[in-house]
Design a protein. Structure first.
Ligand code: GUN
Ligand code: FE
Length: 455
């Protein structure tokens, strides 16, 4: 019989499609040396019994206790790691003022590697404790501190995709916090890419460099063009903010006489490995361009409620074939939890559909067919993010990576309201999605290794 490095037994929830959650009741998950799920086995088969006979009782056999369930690890497609230092503050002012008054000053402090280490260790630990096994990070303009973030992800076992942020436009960025000039910005980015690729050679779960123009206003045309070329040359991921706020969207219209999507495309910045945050103002042409180029949207529902005053039409974008994942946007979004963001995604979509302007007659409020279900929000936080990154993550299924959270619904200190024997598993899934707190996340695994435990 094939030798597996680990075998897990228990009930799991995993997205089958954006709308459907598959319930794998009491399955066996057989993990190989690479940390991949090589085989899933349903109960009641001969193979199941044979596997149980040979693995049960071994130290590499893990059976869930009563009240515990597997979920895939979350994929956070948009986190500003340095902004963890200001999470929860200053959310009452517009984006432009927030950036200049609060965010650029705090990010400028990451020239100090001791400060950077404190914040980056905390944010990676916090995200892991919230079930986030893969994170797509913006760091700061500083090459060394950005590399430190990639090293910390590597050490702590998180799959980190990290970008050194490019901000070379002297008209839009303060002198104390920007790249020295365009040439330096591009040279630092290339050195950063090579250094992370070197680091990645010894990291089981993977770390990846990400070409990161902060957003169009912060970059010169030469930088945007150079970054598109670097991404193609080194076949890297690309991330940026796209059509986020009225102010930013209007700025790009004034500068290029087109929407962000087409402007970014002109510079080679929309491709299969691109993830664009927010995208509140995509029109249908923009959405089609995203679908054609394989560019994914990162939905940041908490942040959008504050900075964009907007609810992105997720259901409409899905109908256009655009890939969509979920992002916390720390600290534009205050919560490090994708559970919280999934809940907000559902609530925001309901407000969009049912209307919020009660001064209007009911039939004139809102946008029909906008609502998404908790199943769809779960998909965004898991499989949708994995598809956006073109990685085999976000599902508990064969040929996916074993990135998993063990949710404990029966802890005395954080008990979920499950009372009936044999309660329907889909109801338990919904209770987990709506009510879990970090206390309920008992263990977190990445690429077959345990990276967080509450016990
Ligand atoms: N646009 C440019 N920079 C930022 C940022 O740090 N956060 C958000 N939400 N939007 C941005
Ligand atoms: Fe952001």
């Amino acid at each position: 019989m094939k030798k597996y490095t680990k075998v897990f037994q228990g009930t799991a929830f995993s997205s089958k499609s954006p709308k459907e959650v598959e319930i794998l009741k009491d399955y066996l998950f057989c993990i190989n040396e690479e940390g991949m799920i090589e085989k899933t086995v349903a109960p009641g088969t001969d193979e199941y019994q044979t596997l149980l006979n040979s693995y049960e009782g071994n130290e590499n056999f893990h059976r869930l206790a009563e009240g515990q369930y597997f979920l895939p690890g979350f994929v956070d497609l948009h986190v500003h790691a340095p902004q963890w230092a200001q999470s929860g503050t200053a959310l009452d002012i517009p984006l432009y003022d927030w950036l200049n008054t609060y965010t650029f000053p705090i990010e400028s402090k990451f020239s100090n590697l001791d400060f950077a280490k404190n914040v980056y260790e905390d944010v990676v630990n916090t995200l892991l404790a919230n079930g986030t096994t893969t994170a797509l990070y913006f760091a700061t303009v500083h090459k060394e501190a950005s590399l430190l973030l990639a090293q910390i992800c590597a050490e702590k076992g998180q799959r980190g995709l990290v970008g050194k942020v490019v901000m070379d436009n002297p008209d839009q960025n303060p002198e104390y916090y920007r790249d020295a000039d365009t040439e330096t910005a591009l040279a630092d980015t290339e050195e950063f890419i090579l250094a992370v690729k070197q680091l990645a050679k010894s990291v089981k779960q993977g770390v990846y460099p990400v070409v990161t123009p902060r957003f169009i206003p912060s970059c010169t045309n030469d930088a945007l063009k150079g970054l598109g070329e670097l991404a193609a040359k080194h076949d890297t991921y690309i991330q940026s903010h796209c059509s986020e706020s009225d102010w930013e969207h209007g700025y790009v219209q004034d500068r290029f006489d087109k929407n962000d999507a087409f402007a970014l495309h002109d510079f080679g910045l929309l491709r299969e490995k691109s993830v664009m945050a927010h995208c509140n103002f995509l029109n249908d042409d923009d959405a089609e361009l995203f679908a054609e180029t394989g560019t994914a949207v990162c939905h940041c529902p908490i942040s959008n409620a504050y900075f964009a005053n907007s609810v992105i039409p997720i259901a409409h974008l899905h109908s256009k074939g655009v890939e969509i994942g979920l992002g916390s946007d720390i600290s534009g979004g205050f919560s490090p939890s994708l559970f919280d963001n999934a809940r907000q995604a559902v609530m925001s979509s309901r407000m969009l559909e049912d209307g919020v302007n009660t001064a209007l007659p009911a039939e004139e409020r809102g946008v029909p067919n906008s609502r998404i279900t908790i199943n769809e929000a779960f998909y965004l936080a898991t499989a949708g993010g994995g598809e956006g990154l073109s990685l085999p993550i976000g599902r508990l299924a064969e040929n996916y990576v074993w990135d998993a959270q063990i949710i404990d619904t029966s802890l005395p200190s954080a008990k979920l309201p499950i009372y009936e024997e044999n309660e329907a598993l889909h109801d338990i899934f919904q209770k987990i999605m709506y009510l879990s707190r970090p206390e309920n996340i008992r263990e977190v695994w990445v690429q077959g290794e345990k990276v967080h435990s509450r016990i």
